[in-house]
Design a binder for this molecule. Structure first.
Ligand code: CP3
Length: 343
């Protein structure tokens, strides 16, 4: 059988009843089978670059839940890691990135080709693609230049974003160098992932809302348009999902420059508004509150989402990544609800 995956159908503009479903961060710590693999690797980056283990943990949520798509297991911080900024993950602390001298760092990073470093990831993509049934899609991803940059500049453990915004405004040439470098590397990484077998790519812009409104054109949209153009030039048929957390009010103005892009909606977005302001012109994805999935009281919200958004091109997902404390039976219940939906 050679079915077009339902995720691709929705991303190309079809309204599907029921819609496709996958969950951001679906491979991860809420799964005991993930923890069993993770325990074997003290170093998270080593875990991310072991081809066999990446293939295995990418497929785990598909085997357990039969989601409509797999997302390749990796992390948005692999780019700084390979550019030479030490990235450490410590239990309970999140990522910690080493301080660097930006003048030296930018000089050393110029035109760096990371394709060899990414070979194990590309190998896993090819292996996952071969193992997936033909009706399931494989998603590749990268962070947005801004969101990756917040970790690189803030060292990962900054309490807020005011220091990073201040750095960007006071050291604007250096900051522009960092954004340009990251834009270039994000493009190369996404092109490499598509070449290796990804059907779709998602750009995670989890900290987009920290950018002051008057800086968004330069720090967010200009890099995003560059990434969009570079991908569409080589792979015009590959759908792109842009997940900008906390900035969906900006989406309507972006649509004309990014035709075909699917917009990720976080849990704060009103779905009625999203239908009239965004979905009339572009596919959307989202937006169940991940806390609701933990608590188990999500039936009403799911119904509201489906009533308002399954009328157009729509991908069911959470408003942000699934939380490690999410009970597995709740995920099964969610999928049953969505897959049982009749308009
Ligand atoms: O979606 C998937 O299943 C694919 C895997 C994936 C990971 N990270 C694995 C991971 C994806 C898509 C990401 C993206 C990512 N990484 C983002 C954007 C999405 C979001 O949630 O906002 C961000 C901001 C990061 C950076 C990052 N990586 C942080 C802040 C942390 C530690 C804190 C946390 O969320 O747990 C990581 C580590 C990480 N990346 C883990 C996983 C499963 C947990 C580490 C572990 O297993 O010990």
């Amino acid at each position: 059988m050679n079915n077009v995956p339902i995720l691709l159908q929705a991303l190309r503009g079809a309204a599907k009843t029921p819609p496709p479903i996958w969950l951001m961060r679906q491979a991860g710590r809420y799964l005991p089978e993930y923890m069993a693999e993770r325990q074997k690797f003290p170093d998270f980056m080593e875990f991310c670059f072991n081809s066999d283990v990446v293939t295995k943990v990418t497929l785990q949520p598909i085997e357990r839940f039969d989601f409509d798509a797999a997302i390749i297991f990796s992390d948005i911080l692999t780019i700084p890691h390979f550019l030479g900024q030490t990235v450490k993950f410590e239990k309970g602390h999140g990522p910690i990135l080493a301080k660097v001298d930006w003048t030296d760092f930018l000089k050393n990073s110029e035109q760096k080709d990371l394709s060899n470093d990414y070979q194990p990831l590309f190998q896993s993509i090819t292996d996952v693609k071969n193992a997936l049934p033909s009706d399931k899609a494989l998603i590749g991803f990268a962070g947005s230049p801004w969101t990756i940059g917040t970790y690189m500049i803030g060292g990962g453990k900054s309490k807020g974003f005011s220091e990073i915004v201040k750095f960007a405004e006071t050291q604007s040439q250096t900051f522009k160098g960092i954004l340009d470098l990251l834009t270039d590397q994000v493009i190369k990484l996404l092109l490499g992932q598509i070449k290796a077998g990804c059907d779709v790519v998602q750009i995670f812009d989890s900290w987009a809302a920290a950018v002051p409104v008057q800086q968004r054109e330069e720090w967010l949209w200009s890099p995003l348009r560059k990434i969009y153009k570079a991908i569409k030039t080589v792979y015009p048929e590959t759908p792109i999902i842009y997940y900008g957390k906390g900035i969906s009010l900006d989406y309507p103005a972006l649509i004309p420059d990014l035709p075909g892009v699917c917009f990720g909606l976080d849990q704060s977005v009103d779905v009625k508004w999203a239908n009239s302001a965004i979905q009339k012109f572009a596919p959307v994805q989202g937006n169940l509150d991940p806390e609701k999935l933990v608590m188990g009281d999500f039936q009403k919200d799911v119904q509201n989402i489906l009533e308002n958004l399954s009328v157009g091109p729509f991908v069911f997902n959470l408003g942000h990544g699934i939380l490690p404390e999410t009970p597995i039976p709740h995920v099964h219940q969610l999928i049953e609800l969505v897959k049982g939906w009749k308009s």
